[in-house]
Unconditional design. Structure first.
Length: 267
């Protein structure tokens, strides 16, 4: 299935939100809180990401929000750069339902339903080139070979001097003691947050399944993906080498936490 949302579809989304009475912005906010349970430094990576967008593309960028989910990056992009435009791409029907409801009627935003593993997905985009491709905590759903192929496609999607930024889990198998200590410390914090009422992934999806407007999209989402995709989490070094091999002129980390990195690649 492929679908590009146009102005007409945006108007339909506004009507649907009104008819159902669903507070889509609240659903997006709840998704952010659930994600922050896993990544308490999530806002910091977004800040650095948008700093680099401004550094390379200025205050009116055309952005591809890759594996956009509920539109978390797009929301922050437009808050900081009101004259930006964003194309969100994802395959998850439930998260796209929230995204479309949140941004319904906003002419700056377009959503495309597409499988990033399909070779022809860039042909579904409304623009031939973009200033920046942004993605966060999503591409670890892919194995290394399809991710390398995707990086090659993204080099073609970006214009000259365009930037790709991917913030994700990037492990370093050469530091097992550091990895173990970081994981133990992080999970202790997650346990404390959980005791204070934070929702985890499974609990959030249970709530989504009880929302009438999300019940069928959520069921379809699990038919597509299963419980969770079994991808890879290669090292930062792998990402840098693979991006350069895919045609990017430069690539390196511009931010890191004890468990994650934000790699920036420049065409």
């Amino acid at each position: 299935m492929t679908e590009t949302e146009t102005g007409t579809q945006a108007e339909t989304g506004t009507q649907a939100a009104t008819e159902t009475g669903v507070d889509w912005a609240a659903w997006q906010e709840s998704w952010d809180r659930q994600q922050e349970w896993y990544m308490p430094d999530r806002e910091e990576r977004f800040r650095v990401m948008l700093d680099m967008v401004e550094a390379f593309a200025g205050p009116e960028p055309r952005v591809l929000d890759l594996a956009c989910g509920t539109g978390s990056i797009t929301r922050r992009l437009l808050r900081r750069f009101p004259r930006a435009t964003s194309t969100g791409v994802d395959l998850d029907p439930a998260l796209l339902t929230i995204a479309r409801g949140t941004f319904a009627g906003d002419a700056r935003v377009t959503f495309v339903t597409a499988d990033l593993a399909a070779p022809d997905w860039p042909g579904l985009l409304p623009y031939e080139t973009y200033d920046a491709v942004l993605t966060a905590t999503a591409l670890h759903w892919l194995h290394e070979d399809p991710l390398a192929a995707l990086y090659g496609q993204l080099a073609g999607v970006l214009g000259d001097g365009g930037v790709l930024m991917n913030a994700d889990h990037m492990t370093d198998p050469s530091t097992p003691r550091i990895n173990a200590a970081e994981r133990t410390f992080r999970h202790a914090g997650m346990d404390r947050a959980k005791a204070a009422g934070a929702l985890d992934w499974a609990q959030w999806w249970e709530l989504a399944a009880r929302e009438p407007a999300l019940a069928e999209p959520a069921a379809e989402r699990f038919r597509i993906f299963g419980e969770h995709a079994d991808g890879d989490t290669p090292s930062l070094d792998w990402h840098v080498r693979t991006l350069r091999a895919a045609g990017f002129a430069e690539a390196r980390a511009v931010w890191a936490s004890p468990s994650d990195s934000l790699v920036l690649a420049l065409t």
